[in-house]
Design a binder for this molecule. Structure first.
Ligand code: PLP
Length: 460
């Protein structure tokens, strides 16, 4: 009998294991109450399968661990900085590299050197820390992503694309006030959705026409390249590394969280082509991060990032990485669980509005759903909805985004297919019992990035 489809398997084998703890329902009830129904406030020892984030949670390779022993912990001019710089130039094309402790460190420096009071920064959907740094620098973020990105059911293959009319309107209306267009590869908040090369080229043409720059959020650029290879006509069969290089070449610089695609546990950088801007960034990095040849990273961490960058653009790696996400997503779709489509690159996003239609958005359905999944099985997910969206800086009103999502984020090279099965079955069981889930009331609200530390209780 011919097989319907041949299976794929991970292009690695396991050398070291880290035991995880199973918990009882009573232990989980106590833990989530103590955490104020916020999965960010759970202790990791109380979590069975941790899908909170893919940030800094990757399993490093034996080559990366060996590289850690080559850390040159000199204060200035560490050998590992030059290895990192060479990797960024080779794989991402940029000329200047300013290391930072992680992605938001790069966002802070970029925003401070580029954005002035009253400037406008168009972007393909906001990201929490990116927008906050733009706002703190006096800028105003304007969303220019295509409308399909705000519709969880739309199967548009490139929901990360820019609406070019919207972008041109913003550029035309704000002459000299758009320091750069902020474009993310695989848009996190839209569900890990990719942008196409064709669209990026058109956005580039508009940026050139109006004399502004494009800065890439390159955090998940390899995953974006994979979707281009799989879905965009004319790019099938191209190497991931080649597509990554082309994406970066179409932009003037990037911010990078090395905790994501580059397979490191900590680190990041700002990369720029412009000599003058890079000089300003080097002047500022010493204020916030550290000397311009380490920027808050240990030498060994820069080495791990340099090796991780190279591994992250290997075709076999990225196929298995996204393949695992697709495996989980297809299982949930088959069981009728509402998720964002098409399946994204780094996680499965549950559509909490469709999952819990009886919970109004003011009672944070996504937050409530993440807590319910934890209670069921010890799987930790994350809210990406009204809580993450925060308040409008001008009016102080809560922003109620169209997308009210729970993210099951898959760490790279960490979990097996069996972990995905357990996760899918837990989500399905919660779905079967969904009418029992109640909304939440916020009892503590931090001023900035409230989703990290807010506390809740179930409404009566
Ligand atoms: C994680 C992330 C950041 C911020 O990076 P950190 O390393 O967490 O500071 C920026 N943009 C995107 C798209 C991210 O996913």
């Amino acid at each position: 009998m011919p097989l319907e489809r041949r299976s794929w398997a991970e292009p690695f084998k396991i050398k070291v294991v880290e035991p995880v703890r199973m918990t009882t329902p009573e232990q989980r009830q106590r833990a989530i109450e103590e955490a104020g129904y916020n999965t960010f406030l759970l202790r990791s020892r109380d979590v069975y399968i941790d899908l909170l984030t893919d940030s800094g949670t990757s399993a490093m390779s034996d080559r990366q661990w060996a590289g850690m022993m080559l850390g040159d912990e000199a204060y200035a001019g560490s050998e590992n900085f030059y290895r990192l710089e060479a990797a960024v130039r080779k794989f991402y094309s940029y000329k200047h590299v300013i290391p930072t402790h992680q992605g938001r460190g790069a966002e802070n420096i970029l925003s401070q050197i580029m954005i002035g009071e009253g400037d406008v920064v168009p972007g393909n959907m906001y990201f929490t820390t990116t927008r906050l740094h733009q706002e703190l620098a006096g800028g105003r973020f304007v969303d220019i992503i295509i409308d399909e990105a705000h519709d969880p059911a739309s199967e548009h293959p490139f929901k990360g694309d820019v609406n070019l009319d919207k972008l041109e309107t913003v550029l035309k209306a704000n002459p000299e006030r758009v320091p750069y267009v902020s474009l993310a590869a695989t848009v996190n908040m839209a569900g890990g959705q990719a942008m196409s090369l064709a669209n990026l080229k058109q956005a580039r043409a508009l940026a050139d026409k109006y004399g502004t720059k494009i800065i890439l959020d390159a955090t998940r650029v390899a995953e974006n390249a994979y979707f281009i290879q799989q879905r965009e006509p004319g790019h099938e069969g191209r190497k991931i590394a080649e597509i990554v290089f082309e994406i970066c070449s179409l932009t003037d610089g990037c911010t990078m969280s090395a905790k994501k695609d580059p397979l490191a546990n900590i680190g990041g950088f700002l990369a720029l082509n412009d000599d003058e801007a890079a000089e300003k960034a080097r002047n500022l990095v010493v204020v916030y991060e550290g000397l311009h040849t380490y920027g808050g990273m240990a030498g060994r961490d820069m080495e791990a990032v340099a090796i991780g960058i190279e591994e992250s653009v290997e075709d076999d790696h990225i196929r298995a990485r996204v393949g695992q996400v697709v495996y989980l997503g297809e299982k949930l779709m088959k069981w009728g669980v509402p998720i964002v489509k098409p399946i994204g690159g780094h996680g499965i996003f549950l559509d909490a509005k469709a999952f819990l239609p009886h919970v109004p958005q003011t009672q944070y359905p996504a937050q409530a759903l993440a807590a319910a999944i934890y209670l069921d099985s010890g799987v930790r997910a994350m809210e990406r909805g009204a809580v993450s969206s925060g308040r409008d800086p001008v009016t102080g009103e809560e922003r109620m985004p169209k997308l009210e999502l729970v993210r099951l984020t898959i760490p790279r090279r960490v979990y097996t297919q069996a972990h995905m099965d357990v996760t899918a079955e837990s989500v399905y069981c919660v779905y079967e019992e969904r009418e029992k889930i109640r909304g939440l009331r916020m009892t503590y609200e931090p001023k900035h990035l409230r989703f990290f530390q807010a506390r809740f209780e179930p409404v009566a």
